[in-house]
Write a protein of this length. Sequence first.
Length: 328
Amino acid sequence: MPHFNEKRYESMVYNRCGRWGVKLPAISLGAWQTYGGYVSDEVSKKCLFQAFDLGITHFDFANNYGEPNGNAELVCGRIIREMPRDELLISTKAGFYMWPGPYGEWLSRKYLLSSLDASLKRLGLDYVDIFYAHRPDPNTPTDEVMDALDQAVRSGKALYVGLSNHSPEDIRAKNAHAVAYHTARPIISQSAYSMLDRHVEDGVLQACAECGMGVIAFVPLAQGLLTNKYLEKSAPADSRLAVSTDVCAKRIEARFDRIDQLRKLNEVARRRGQTLAQMAIVWLLRRPEVTSVLIGASRPEQIQENVEALRKRSFTAEELDEIESILA
Ligand SMILES: NC(=O)c1ccc[n+]([C@@H]2O[C@H](COP(=O)([O-])OP(=O)(O)OC[C@H]3O[C@@H](n4cnc5c(N)ncnc54)[C@H](OP(=O)(O)O)[C@@H]3O)[C@@H](O)[C@H]2O)c1
């Protein structure tokens, strides 16, 4: 096993996931488009190792991450096997399109459980720590979904279950079902949340708090927009917008009309002695409901910079007001 930084637990902050015993690092690392995608396998390994050396214990996947679908789990599975499994929280998900035919997407028991088996095989693991329903499914009843998630836990293939992209009503209904039938309760919601996408403030955060669930905020940097790299309205040659073939990457360019706003935020960050990325991360952690911020990174230096954000987590009332007025 490689030699990891012995001081890795000294500077990271670990937050309890809602009412549950398990803690997540304040910053987690996901593989969505990057690892097994537009980032080389060698750099992917450097990123995961760098993250772990900085105390990031939580790595997030889904069945369909990477290019082709599943490649993120394959590439990162090989890397994770060189790391101490008991010190890691590994999550994966099923819900979006993965294979053709009627059993390759959404949330039927058939799809969820066969997808989990396939993820474990790709990752080379006996179990994942968190298994998510990746999106709500209007056509599969709550009892089927929650029973399938419960079966994942009872079979030992997942330790906890979570919900992703669910509305406040979905979260309450699925949690209430698990409470009523004494099945595995969802411990966390994985939801999009950034300075540029605040929809969770309209109910998801409150629903999670009521249900005793944690929240992990995904795409916290709006795929890189909330950093200093697009402030000139152009895409550096090594940026996601320039190199990723995923259609979602094009959303970055579609939001270039917000560059003036981003420049103003960058100025606030500069006055705080932070980069825009750092301020965008700790701004999410100002909410007590947020357990972890789920970043992506194409190189180890970005992870270092982003984790250093935790050195200055507090905001003055004036700073918060100024940010609100810029975002308004
Ligand atoms: N549940 C869901 O439905 C769902 C959906 C999407 C994502 N997610 C999760 O969220 C994770 C994060 O998504 P994301 O990668 O879009 O998140 P993000 O943190 O918003 O964007 C990451 C990108 O921002 C840039 N970046 C990061 N730190 C930087 C820094 N300090 N300076 C300059 N650029 C920086 C890098 O782009 P460059 O590549 O341009 O360097 C990096 O790849 C995913 O991996 C996945 O685990 C979940």
